[in-house]
Ligand binder design. Structure first.
Ligand code: ATP
Ligand code: MG
Length: 469
């Protein structure tokens, strides 16, 4: 087994062991909290209002478009705040990924104010205000589902399946997930409102759920993934009370609809800290519900090849993001699902199928199964399968075929994937060197080094393929 798509080298378990080293948490945290955070006594009075001179958030750091939205809502007589990741990241001295606005205006009222606005979402109805490529998301204050009379909320076994329940500022603050995500920047006077002790937790590097942790995770099991995501991204740790109920609740993630998980998976693995996210997911047993087949492979071979390939692939992704290079969900999928695909392809090979058919068939099956957990748009799964399909084609370095492979639109990704396999222990160094050199040559030099094609073999280990109907 394993010969078709490269031999396996066994690597020791130490290097990619999933428990996050203490130092990595602390160093990430100290780098981020370099910015002075306001000191307030949150033990006695929450929410606490921190006036503009006492905090570091300046309008110059907020996107012009987000400011436009905030000001227009205010001029129309509505309340409007910046909340969530934008506020959190600014306080930590990070450049925010996006800016979320919250208001007491209903989505339709927001739409009336902006020509460039679209209403989206079923579970949460939101307004998206478009400015070229930038989207400012505007949410209406929401209440916890059983505290409101307006709107509609629906739960199944404690899980919120629809919650268009509008509420007040206080209710909105209480239904946010983590304390560090419940800090509001008020456009009226530029003050900061700490509703749940988020400033203290930002200082201590803690991810802490608001309210009763088990109840909050049950309402929305995706919050477990979010907890891990923020811990990885910020170098924080889970508060013991937040961490405690997780082992008993991981099963709930299996019930989350796949459509909700694609974005979450991308955020987990495309935020620049994919290695930490992966290690934490494995640590809390949250990886299996999102990538069951990969998890199965990791369980069976925890010290060998698959962990190394996944971990190295994620480390490369992190490195690319750090260098400002583009990353694609297709490559990520190819990495995460490679081992389940390869095993299946080997079984097809053993049954006598050609390598092309084996990879094609295995790729399709693995993607169909994975789609039951994470709804991956077809444009990404197709490219991931092309990357896989090119692996055996890259093994051919004679005749005219290398020239055709080089022309393939996925050649570069497939070549990068080959390098990754070599890095992870497949015996492919020479082949990688060959392709590296081949790309650097001009057309006539290429033609010069290509030896004539060997006669086609009749199948693996000389066996004849069984006739197929
Ligand atoms: P990011 O940097 O990834 O955008 P974020 O905190 O802004 O981080 P979003 O998914 O954009 O995350 O959500 C915006 C805010 O909405 C969060 O900060 C949080 O207050 C709230 N929120 C999002 N998802 C949930 C959830 N599942 N349960 C409760 N509150 C949530
Ligand atoms: Mg956000």
């Amino acid at each position: 087994m394993g010969a078709v798509l490269g031999s396996q080298a066994s690597t020791g378990p130490g290097e990619w062991y999933y428990t996050l080293p203490e130092e990595s948490l602390n160093s990430a945290q100290s780098a981020l909290t370099a910015r002075e955070l306001p000191s307030i006594d949150t033990t006695t009075s929450l929410p606490a209002v921190i006036p503009r001179p006492e905090h570091t958030i300046s309008r110059t750091e907020i996107s012009k478009n987000a400011l436009k939205v905030l000001y227009r809502l205010k001029s129309a007589g509505y309340q409007s705040f910046l909340v969530g990741g934008g506020v959190r990241d600014l306080l930590l001295g990070h450049e925010p990924k996006d800016f979320d606005v919250v208001t007491d205006a209903r989505p339709e009222q927001v739409k009336d104010l902006f020509r460039n606005c679209r209403l989206i979402g079923r579970r949460f109805r939101l307004a998206h205000v478009h400015f070229g490529r930038e989207i400012v998301e505007v949410a209406t204050f929401r209440a916890h589902h059983d505290s409101a009379e307006a709107g509609e909320a629906e739960t199944v076994d404690g899980r919120i399946v629809r919650d268009n329940v509008y509420g007040s500022f206080d209710e909105d603050a209480a239904r946010r997930d983590f304390t560090i995500n419940s800090l509001y920047y008020d456009i009226r006077d530029f003050s900061l409102v700490d509703t749940a002790g988020g400033l203290d937790d930002l200082k201590s590097g803690l991810i802490r759920l608001i309210g009763d942790p088990a109840t909050r995770f049950r309402e929305d099991p995706v919050r477990m993934l979010r907890a891990v995501r923020f811990a990885a991204k910020l170098g924080f740790r889970l508060h013991p009370d937040t961490e405690r109920p997780i082992p008993a609740l991981t099963q709930l993630l299996w019930e989350v609809p796949p459509a909700r998980l694609f974005d979450e998976v991308l955020k987990l693995f495309h935020s620049g800290t994919a290695v930490q996210a992966f290690e934490l997911l494995r640590h809390y047993d949250l990886f299996a519900p999102i990538f069951p087949a990969t998890d199965q492979c990791l369980q069976e071979q925890s010290e060998g090849f698959p962990r190394v390939l996944v971990a190295k692939g994620l480390a490369n992704t992190d490195a690319r993001i750090a260098e400002g290079k583009p990353v694609t969900p297709a490559f990520l999928l190819a990495v995460l699902l490679w081992e389940p695909m390869r095993r299946r392809a080997d079984a097809y090979r053993d049954a006598g199928h050609s390598v092309t058919v084996a990879v094609q068939q295995a790729g399709e099956e693995v993607m169909v199964e994975q789609a039951q957990r994470v709804a991956v748009p077809r444009r990404f799964s197709t490219v991931a399968r092309e990357i896989w399909a090119l692996q055996p084609r890259l093994a051919v370095t004679t005749g005219k075929r290398p020239l055709r492979v080089l022309e393939h639109p996925r050649f570069r990704a497939a070549y990068d994937f080959l390098l990754l396999r070599a890095e992870a222990g497949d015996d492919l160094r020479e082949l990688c060197d060959w392709w590296t050199r081949f790309q650097e040559l001009d057309d006539s030099e290429r033609a010069g080094i290509l030896k004539p094609a060997r006669p086609r073999s009749r199948g693996r280990r000389g066996r004849r393929r069984p006739a197929r109907d």
